[in-house]
Design a protein around this ligand. Structure first.
Ligand code: XIL
Length: 419
């Protein structure tokens, strides 16, 4: 840096070049402008942000300098944010009791959003994954599960649904197998958690993913996946979670959020679940469709998906959009989400950029066609370097924050819709 500075002083011409390069890399200097502006008549454009982006400094994947540029990109392109991890139970409430909360990173996230005038989304209150074991622990013996005698409420094709492999956040906990809390104890913990977390950010977090990924995958007849929530509380754990969240912040938009809704069988389960909640007047206000896709996605599939979900009469939020370009990169239907990261290890398909551009253009064409229903579109990460499926290069900006051809494809769709 020293040598470079000297050169800048001696040859003023470098100063201009340097300034241009900095302008180009600090943001995107994308000729198409910013995503948030291109879609401002239609829906907010959001991104998941990681802890480093809201507290600054060097991080897990990025140097401090790279992180600065990532932050600049987030501010330039997006007007809504979701915390990628820091509001999950494991992170925000790792230990039992009123002093078992860690609010620092979540507070920093909310403050980042408020100080940058971004809509702030809370993710997530009740999920089978990234939830600490103490939540489910108690004195009731765990039932002995045999293949011959499935649990009355068991309803999944995927075994072991509370697993989250050893990682930065989990510390390696599997599905909890020890003695369990009673239904009343677990409901009490759920209520305390939701009231505390939603209450703390009342008026600041605009919408919450109240229940995440409760639906079973595949073509089986079971609507709900097997989880400790379901086994200990029963199917009304979903209604209770929404009820508690509504008590804690009556103005918050409460979402049911899930993945794989582009699959007709899973979508049918979503519709069954939400209709049953609506029949019980449960305060569910929006459908979150994660949309972890791959390049085989088409306009037609997305069009049909949105049309069917829209029949529920609720706003649709696209909550975790990314489009994997890796062969075999479709998010699997298994409950073990770490496996989904692993599926991005395959080689990149040829002409990946063209395929990604076509896929994104088709998806956004469908979002715009259904703009009466689609009320938010959030990418699961700002650039490929920060993506949980980074090897599949699934986002609109590369690891240097440069817009990819898919970015232009998306902006072109916005322009077409404006004409
Ligand atoms: C992912 C994060 O991106 C990773 O950093 C973390 O290790 C695992 O979780 N569905 C969800 C998100 O609802 O919370 C997940 O996020 C991706 C799948």
């Amino acid at each position: 840096m020293k040598a470079f500075n000297r050169r800048l002083v001696i040859q003023p011409g470098y100063v201009a070049t340097f300034a241009l390069v900095m302008a180009a890399t600090a943001g995107t200097a994308a000729p198409g402008g910013a995503l948030k502006d291109a879609f401002k008549e239609h829906f907010p454009i959001g991104t998941a942000v990681n802890r480093n982006m809201v507290v600054g400094g060097a991080g897990f994947r990025r140097s401090a300098e790279q992180n600065e540029k990532d932050i600049a990109l987030v501010k330039e392109q997006f007007n809504q944010i979701t915390a990628e991890n820091d509001m999950k139970w494991q992170l925000i409430h790792p230990r039992e009791g009123a002093d078992g909360y860690e609010f620092g990173p979540a507070d920093a996230f909310v403050n980042f959003g408020s100080s940058n005038k971004m809509t702030v989304v809370g993710h997530t209150l009740v999920w089978h994954s990234q939830t600490p074991n103490w939540v489910f622990a108690g004195t009731n013996p765990a039932p002995v599960v045999t293949n011959a005698a499935p649990l009355a409420a068991a309803n999944t094709n995927a075994p072991g649904t509370n697993r989250f492999g050893p990682g930065r956040f989990g510390g390696g906990f599997g599905r909890y197998n020890g003695p369990r809390a009673s239904r009343d104890e677990l409901l009490q913990r759920m209520r305390d958690h939701i009231h505390t977390v939603v209450g703390r950010y009342k008026g600041k977090v605009k919408s919450w993913d109240v229940v995440n990924e409760a639906l079973a995958d595949g073509n089986g007849t079971n609507v709900l996946r097997s989880s400790l929530w379901l086994e200990i509380i029963g199917p009304d754990f979903i209604a209770k979670a929404f009820q508690y969240a509504h008590e804690a912040d009556p103005k918050a938009i409460l979402r049911y959020n899930d993945y794989g809704l582009e699959n007709a069988a899973k979508r049918k389960k979503l519709i069954t679940l939400i209709k049953s909640l609506q029949a019980q007047t449960v305060p569910v206000h929006a459908i979150g469709s994660q949309a972890h896709l791959n390049v085989s996605i088409t306009f037609e599939t997305m069009d049909q998906t949105l049309a069917e979900i829209a029949t529920l009469g609720l706003p649709i939020h696209i909550t975790e959009l990314d489009v994997n370009t890796a062969a075999g990169g479709q998010r699997g239907f298994g409950a073990e989400i770490t496996n989904n990261t692993a599926t991005t290890q395959g080689g990149l398909i040829s002409d990946a950029d063209r395929k990604l551009t076509d896929a994104y253009a088709g998806i956004f064409r469908a979002f715009l066609k259904h703009r009466d229903s689609v009320k938010m579109v959030t990418f699961w990460g700002a650039n490929d370097a920060n993506s949980w499926r980074g090897q599949g290069k699934p986002l609109l900006f590369d690891g240097n924050n440069q817009p990819k051809p898919a970015f232009d494809g998306v902006i072109a769709e916005a322009k077409k819709a404006a004409n």
